[in-house]
Design a binder for this molecule. Structure first.
Ligand code: TPP
Ligand code: MG
Length: 541
């Protein structure tokens, strides 16, 4: 007689979900009992790391990832679940639940309202009403996670359900992952662009997620319009060495609208309108600019404060739009200005030695850029140094830049672990580097243990300025002097990293940094380089 566990594992096998990213507790052991040898369990010693690793793995493999967390302790992973929701990463988040026999009186580890806990950051949350509904609930979870906009879903699974009889095999279904754009609306958009005197394109991360660099370049060249990256893009949507590339738009109203002055039609595709951060008053758009918007996320198309939207897959839309421009004479072949600060929403500093005698972040990035291969995958969570990073490290190949779409720290270090694992699993074996602020490094630092246990040659750069520098910039902008808690002296990243099983050094010399970075990618364990950098508070905008 087969039981719920057998049927569920067979379904997972058929769906190709044979890696479980997890952190186990008593309420999950019944699911994991006699763990099949064709499955792999990737343990991370804290839930935030589990979710972040799975997010990176799912993004890098372009496949859903399966997560198993511990009942209410799912809450420890909530920040990264929220990030995955905004990253549009399909994650099947599961968690054990106390046994149905005792749930009514709420024993230890009861997930009291399991479908409420992860909201609003999951597309669907469910606890099956009957044990034998679990396999079909998994199938529905996968279908829901994959359909656009993709995102995390949550299943709460009572621990006593797995041995329950379940006679029929699960039904395996497939769903499509792209929604075609309305052809009539597309004609309207194409006409507006063709008639424009000075069109401009704004490309978003969804183009990268949809593997659409080629299609994005082809359309931009056919139209002959400069291309901006949407503000704070979590993926690079366009080659940053292309002559039409203009840089990243700032993430504040006034400054953003200033950048678009002089254009009469803008098309933003695959991003929200717009991703802002500080409130800098100003118009959404400059006078005389008509905004067109394409996204496959109805949340984005409905909450846009300005512009006319079209719901549809960004890459399919680019392909369809290009057809209208076959005979078109491109208006331009070059961006108007040379790129001053690429994707970054705030300005880079100068590359020069600091007065304190410490290296600047820009010097470090310049050195790393010199020695890296073009296909090196860069992951980033280094808030105050973003401008310098994008200036010194142009992203010129697809799928070589990842960061979070949420601003919730703690997602990118574990994501880099998942990405490095995906590089190895896929056989691509591209080098992976993650650049972390010393504050950001702390939030999901446990993921280093997983990277060490998996023998991943991940290079982690920790920029040590002993402060939450970006918040000092914010305090200047917001005119809030005297805020406590912005200095973080006394951390020892090298000891922390060694404690998790990584190779680690503190380096303050550029040639030593270059040598250590090259060596890191040839190692069978992660390397963490702590690099003291000068304290400079760059302007936020
Ligand atoms: C989980 C989480 N907690 C707190 C914050 C608020 N926050 C934003 S930036 C920042 C400091 C980042 O410091 P660090 O990584 O050292 O970068 P630096 O600004 O020094 O470059 C903090 C605490 C956040 N965004 N996410
Ligand atoms: Mg810092």
């Amino acid at each position: 007689m087969t039981n719920v566990r057998d049927v569920t594992y067979q379904l997972l096998r058929e769906l190709g979900l044979t890696t479980v990213f997890g952190n186990v507790g008593s309420t999950e052991e019944t699911f994991l009992k006699n763990f099949p040898s064709d499955f792999r369990y990737v343990l991370a010693p804290q839930e935030a790391s589990v979710v972040g690793i799975a997010d990176g793995y799912a993004q890098a493999t372009r496949r859903p990832a399966l997560i198993n967390l511990h009942t209410t302790a799912t809450a420890n992973g909530m920040g990264n679940i929220a990030t995955a929701f905004q990253n549009k990463t399909p994650l099947i988040v599961t968690a054990g639940q106390q046994t149905r026999e005792m749930l009514l009186m709420e024993p230890w580890l009861t997930n009291v309202e399991p479908t409420m806990l992860p909201r609003p950051w999951v597309k669907w949350a469910y606890e099956p009403v009957r044990a034998e509904d679990i396999p079909a609930a998994f199938m529905r979870a996968v279908a829901t996670a994959l359909q656009p906009p993709a995102g995390p879903v949550f299943l709460s699974l009572p621990l006593g359900d797995w041995e329950q009889p379940c006679e029929s095999p699960a039904v395996v279904r497939t769903v499509s992952q792209r929604i075609g754009p309305d052809p009539l609306r597309l004609i309207e958009f194409a006409k507006a662009l063709a008639e424009a005197q000075s069109p401009v394109l704004i490309y978003g991360a969804a183009i990268a997620r949809g593997n659409g660099w080629r299609e994005g370049v082809a359309f931009a060249e056919a139209l002959g319009a400069p291309v901006w990256a949407a503000p704070a893009s979590e993926r690079a949507p366009f080659p940053e060495d292309h002559p039409l590339y203009s840089g990243g738009l700032p993430f504040a109203m006034g400054p953003l609208s200033k950048k678009l002055e002089g254009h009469d039609v803008a098309l933003i595709i695959g991003a929200p309108v717009f991703r802002y951060y500080p409130f800098v008053p100003g118009p959404y758009l400059p006078d005389g600019l008509r905004l067109l918007h394409i996204s496959d996320d109805p949340g984005e198309t409905s909450r846009a404060p300005v512009g006319d939207s079209l719901l549809g897959d960004p890459v399919l839309s680019l392909v369809a739009l290009k057809e209208f421009f076959r005979e078109h004479k491109p208006k331009t072949t070059k961006a108007r200005e040379t790129v001053a600060h690429r994707m970054a929403p705030h300005a880079p500093g100068e590359v020069r030695a600091s007065r304190e005698g410490k290296l600047t972040a820009a010097q470090v990035f310049q050195a790393l850029n010199e020695i890296r291969r073009p296909n090196t995958v860069l992951v980033e969570e280094s808030p105050s140094n973003l401008g310098d990073l994008h200036k010194e490290w142009p992203v010129t190949e697809p799928d070589t830049f990842y960061t979070f779409s949420s601003g919730i720290l703690g997602g990118n270090l574990p994501a880099s672990v998942g990405i490095a694992l995906a590089e190895r699993d896929s056989g691509r074996n591209r080098p992976v580097i993650v650049v972390m602020g010393d504050g950001s490094f702390q939030y999901s630092v446990q993921s280093l243990w997983t990277a060490a246990q998996l023998h991943l040659p991940l290079l982690v750069i920790v920029l040590r300025n002993d402060e939450y520098c970006i918040l000092k910039s914010f305090a200047v902008l917001e005119e809030t002097p005297g805020v406590p808690g912005l200095d973080i002296p006394g951390f020892d990243p090298v000891s922390i990293a060694k404690g998790y099983g990584c190779h680690s050094e503190r380096l303050d010399d550029l040639s030593a940094i270059k040598k250590a970075a090259i060596a890191a990618w040839a190692k069978s364990k992660p390397t963490v380089l702590e690099i003291p950098i000068s304290g400079q508070v760059p302007p936020l905008i």
